[in-house]
Design a protein around this ligand. Structure first.
Ligand code: NAI
Length: 332
């Protein structure tokens, strides 16, 4: 089967290439993101393989279907970037990689919490410049702190396990309650209770119309002064301007972002010799208590190997005409 991959980097090509070896697919790699201009490059490819910032809205789905594509294989878990209704109407099937390593994302989440708390990013820069003072680096013990986990699925569960090991108290919010979370000592509460009692709030729910700007000015105002918020889920869970306002008046004490609503034009690219045109991102980058990573939480060798393996297995299954274990369809 002919497959074209959008948004590929050298590391993607390495892991996909290894997984594709010995399988009967003709694989073409593109650097470009999938958009209305680049969709025509998929002409004649039965399968199109995309990543988190490749948007597949109705016009793009129409172009892909018109060009002979039948399968969209997402190299990620989230599928908020795909118009599943349009895809279904056009006969495009969509598969994703539902779980490639919850550990990768969870461990990065906790790394961000620890780095923000103990100001590791600032300490590292200081020491390199010969400044060995501790002023401004005061942290807090994680033991005994209350962490609010929003979304207790695969990643939220691993985060909770790690934090339980630190001796944190866990407050949880999810539309489905997890027995494992309760066994870890987690207590399910409503959002206002979680906001009011948490020292750290960590986001692990998907981006949906219900969770869009879940963390807005009102939500932050309900939180404790000095609270830490960490988002490794999807950028638009947070109203970034509201976060900046709360950081400026010091109600929000720390912000860790691995994802950002407008990340598509910035993240994964080396822009070090360019001007950052996004004023919201540029402002966030100036604040000492904000830590930003570039959608890096998933980025471990285990995760990349699993993404490649699952994606190639889905391509095999589609080519064989069998069922697609990781298919996603629009909610009825
Ligand atoms: P999951 O599907 O296992 O868990 C998501 C949980 O959120 C579920 O338990 C679900 O019931 C809950 N949920 C749904 N709507 C909710 C709401 N309105 N309020 C509270 N909880 C709600 O997903 P998983 O694998 O844990 O991933 C979580 C998110 O992490 C993904 O949606 C994705 O956006 C993000 N992600 C980020 C990565 C990164 O590199 N930064 C990599 C992989 C995933």
């Amino acid at each position: 089967m002919r497959v074209v991959l959008y948004s590929t980097k050298p590391y993607d090509r390495r892991f996909i290439g290894e997984a594709a070896a010995g399988r009967a697919h003709e694989v073409e790699y593109l650097d470009a993101r999938l958009d209305r201009h680049t969709a025509r490059l998929a002409q004649g490819f039965e399968a199109v393989c995309t990543f988190v910032n490749d948007t597949i809205d109705r016009p793009i789905a129409e172009q892909l279907a018109g060009g002979g594509t039948g399968l969209i294989a997402l190299r990620c878990a989230g599928y908020n970037q795909v118009d599943l209704h349009a895809a279904a109407e056009l006969g495009l099937r969509v598969v994703r990689v539902p779980a490639y390593s919850p550990f990768a994302v969870a461990e990065h989440t906790v790394a961000m919490m620890l780095a923000l708390n103990r100001r590791i990013h600032r300490a590292h820069t200081r020491v390199r410049e010969g400044n060995f003072s501790l002023d401004g680096l005061l942290g807090f013990d994680m033991a005994g702190k209350t962490v609010g986990v929003i979304g207790t699925g695969q990643i939220g569960t691993v985060v909770a396990r790690i934090l339980a090991g630190f001796g944190c108290r866990l407050l949880c919010c999810d539309v489905h309650e997890s027995d494992e979370l309760k066994q870890l000592g987690g207590r399910y509460v409503d959002l206002p209770t979680l906001y009011g009692a948490s020292d750290i709030v960590t986001l692990h729910c998907p981006l949906t119309p219900q969770t869009h700007y879940l963390i807005d000015a009102d939500a932050i105002a309900r939180m404790r002064r000095g609270v830490m918020i960490v988002n490794t889920s999807r950028g638009a869970l947070i109203d970034a301007q509201a976060a900046i306002d709360a950081l400026k008046d010091e109600h929000l004490g720390y912000l860790g972002l691995d994802v950002y609503e407008e990340e598509a034009d910035v993240f994964f690219e080396d822009l070090s010799d360019q001007v950052i045109r996004d004023d919201v991102l540029a402002r966030l980058m100036t604040l000492p208590n904000v830590l930003i990573t570039s959608h890096q939480a998933y980025f471990t060798d285990t995760a990349l190997r699993n993404i490649a393996q699952t994606t190639l297995d889905s391509l095999d299954a589609y080519a064989a005409g069998g069922g697609l274990a990781n298919e996603v369809t629009a909610a009825k």
